[in-house]
Design a protein around this ligand. Structure first.
Ligand SMILES: O=C(O)CC1=CCC(=O)O1
Length: 259
């Protein structure tokens, strides 16, 4: 891992793959880190310069007191790429990362080759729910949220069959900085791109999990309706589809990036 300082704030990132290959940027979901992309980094770093990072408030990146905004999280991506001398890149984000991707598609299309938004929505959940969750973790820490997360992230079958993978992610969530996590909940509470995503003209792939209870197939349908020419794939997975259905995820992403 490496770190980069941007306006006196630290961001943790990892670059893998051939230096001159096209850049593929991965953005994590709420309560995870860059490491959630391990299967994608392995697969894509043969042919792409793969960049993954810890979103503000997560992992080893800056955890300043919030609230954060979606605009701030989107600008973090632009600042990181600028600081690393990357002019253009393809962006793949999941859940909160997918909202960041939609923001980039609206506000910085000139930076994007292709856009992949996974297990996400133009508005995720409800403002009151995010405010409640932010208040909960600020007062009680991460345990109450961590206790219910396996069932939001994975199907029951995957949880039973893959205890090591699931426990590692849930342990990581327990160790997430509560203020950083809550500040991202603040950003999610206010983020609503429903009126703007029709502005996205970048070639876009929308990935949904057929069993995702958080960002549903109907959310993906609503994005697909608004983003002209977007491609669409539904995977046999719940919310963290890049982990639960990693092979199908990688094949779908590869076909889209090559096409
Ligand atoms: O609630 C969760 O943990 C799932 C989730 C919602 C937004 C995000 O990034 O993850």
């Amino acid at each position: 891992m490496s770190t980069i300082q941007i306006n006196n704030e630290t961001f943790n990132y990892q670059l893998n793959g051939p230096e001159n290959a096209p850049v593929l940027f991965f953005s994590n979901s709420l309560g995870t880190t860059y490491s959630m992309w391990a299967k994608q980094v392995d697969y894509f770093s043969k042919n792409y310069r793969v960049l993954s990072y810890d979103t503000r408030g997560h992992g080893e990146s800056v955890k300043n007191k919030g609230p954060y905004t979606l605009e701030q999280l989107g600008n973090d991506v632009l600042h990181i790429t600028q600081a690393l001398g990357i002019e253009k890149f393809s962006f793949c984000g999941i859940s909160m990362g997918g909202l960041i991707g939609q923001w980039l598609g609206i506000h910085a299309p000139e930076k994007l080759d292709k856009l992949v938004v996974c297990n996400t929505a133009a508005k995720i959940g409800q403002e009151a729910g995010w405010n409640e969750r932010a208040t909960l973790v600020r007062s009680e820490g991460m345990n109450p949220v961590a206790n219910g997360s396996a069932g939001r992230w994975f199907t029951e079958g995957f949880v039973q069959a893959n205890p090591v993978i699931v426990n590692e992610l849930i342990d990581g969530l327990r160790q997430t900085d509560a203020e950083g996590y809550a500040s991202c909940c603040d950003a999610l509470a206010k983020a609503d791109l429903r009126e703007k995503i029709a502005l996205i003209k970048t070639p876009t792939l929308i990935v949904a999990g057929g069993h995702d209870p958080v960002t549903t197939v109907a959310d993906a349908d609503a994005m697909a309706e608004k983003i002209a020419g977007s491609s669409r794939v539904d995977l046999n997975a719940s919310h963290l589809s890049n982990i639960e259905a990693s092979e199908a995820f990688n094949h779908a992403l590869e076909a889209f990036l090559k096409g």
